[in-house]
Design a protein around this ligand. Structure first.
Ligand code: FAD
Length: 328
């Protein structure tokens, strides 16, 4: 591969988001394979402070744009700044996590660079003649496509929770290079003005390594307490099927599936969820799937690693109790 590798570092309230660190580890592997330099680009106040963590995880340089108007996402300004950073770093490959922000940003950067774009990949390797070869789920996860970009530059987004985070090498440091915003503040036409957190401080399903989800089998919104208790005992996030989101039992932020979030946790527990294809599209790449359903014919059992045929009102409290005992 000729040229370097650049990773976009997504931050929220100053903290680097875990999927960005997963992308950084993949980038480290590509950089080592191609003898390339690995740069990370971080935007907004405190961007340069990420250099310690990013250096320990493999970044050679952190391109830091400290402009305060980039503290929150502004699509045009972020795309212009990342594209300019890619050009100045002579980047052959630009990677970002396939989070909501990464999915919005990466194609804009690709368009500015005139680069090929691979979205939401679950495997990524260097191509034979430069470029990239990747695998990505298609048709709601029913098939996996092998896709490639022959030339460079190439841009790709990586599905969160699929790639492991690299080992930190304490003491390894990244050089900080200050960069300017790609456009001035007065040319920004659209930007996020504030973040409103959900009332409850809950883990985001898309980022959690354990997700416990509830469906219509719960019978009513009050019974989500069972799901929350199991999720909290396991240290996981609460997910949901669309049926219960549409019924107003829980907020859309929890919905897993084709029109919700795509999750790939280490453990996914589906309680009272039938396993419609649109739900499977959002969770079938989970590493271990446990399904609890009273109908032995429920389609969720086709993708489950472990199936419990039973009444969730019996099974879930018992599981919660056992998990608490084990953790005590
Ligand atoms: P149901 O299908 O009603 O299943 C309830 C399950 O609970 C049943 O299997 C039943 O056996 C079991 N059950 C009942 N009582 C108990 C009990 N006491 N103990 C144990 N088990 C019990 N769905 C999504 O989830 N995410 C999406 O993003 C999504 N996007 C969609 C997009 C489109 C365009 C369309 C058309 C649909 C979409 N859907 C999505 C909806 C999807 O088709 C299903 O309708 C939905 O997933 C069903 O939700 P459910 O499994 O909770 O409910």
């Amino acid at each position: 591969m000729t040229g370097n590798i650049l990773v976009f570092i997504e931050r929220r309230e100053g903290d680097v988001k875990r999927p960005a660190l997963e992308a950084l580890s993949v980038a480290r592997r590509l950089a080592e394979a191609g003898g390339a330099r690995l740069d990370a680009v971080a935007l907004g106040s405190g961007a340069a402070e990420t250099a310690g963590k990013l250096g320990a995880l493999g970044a050679d340089r952190v391109l830091a744009c400290e402009a305060g108007f980039l503290d929150l996402y502004a699509p045009e300004a972020y795309a212009a700044t990342v594209a300019a950073a890619a050009k100045s770093a002579d980047a052959a490959v630009v990677l970002a996590a396939a989070t909501s922000m990464g999915r919005d940003l990466a194609p804009r950067v690709a368009a500015k660079l005139g680069a090929g774009m691979l979205s939401e990949v679950v495997e990524l390797e260097p191509g034979a003649n430069g470029g990239l070869v990747a695998k990505r789920p298609v048709y709601s996860g029913k098939a996996v496509a092998r896709v490639s970009i022959a030339g460079t530059p190439a841009v790709a987004t990586l599905r969160p929770n699929v790639f492991p985070m690299g080992e930190e090498q304490p003491g390894r440091a990244a050089e900080v290079v200050e960069i300017e915003p790609g456009i001035p503040e007065d040319r920004v036409r659209a930007r996020v003005v504030r973040l409103e957190k959900a009332a409850e401080q809950e883990l985001d399903v898309a980022e959690a390594s354990i997700v416990v989800s509830g469906g219509r089998g719960l019978k009513g919104p009050e019974n989500f307490a069972l799901i929350r208790e199991l999720a909290s005992a396991l240290g996981g996030a609460v997910g949901a099927s669309r049926a219960v989101v549409d019924a107003g039992w829980i907020a859309h932020a929890h919905q897993v599936g084709q029109t919700g979030k795509v999750v790939s946790p280490d453990l996914y527990v589906a309680c009272g969820i039938s396993g419609a294809i649109q739900h499977l599209a959002g969770m079938s790449s989970s590493k271990v799937i446990v399904a609890i359903n009273k109908d032995p014919e429920a389609p969720i059992f086709k993708v489950a690693s472990y199936g419990i045929v039973g009444d969730l009102f019996d099974v879930v409290p018992k599981l919660t109790e056992e998990v608490r005992k084990l953790k005590a």
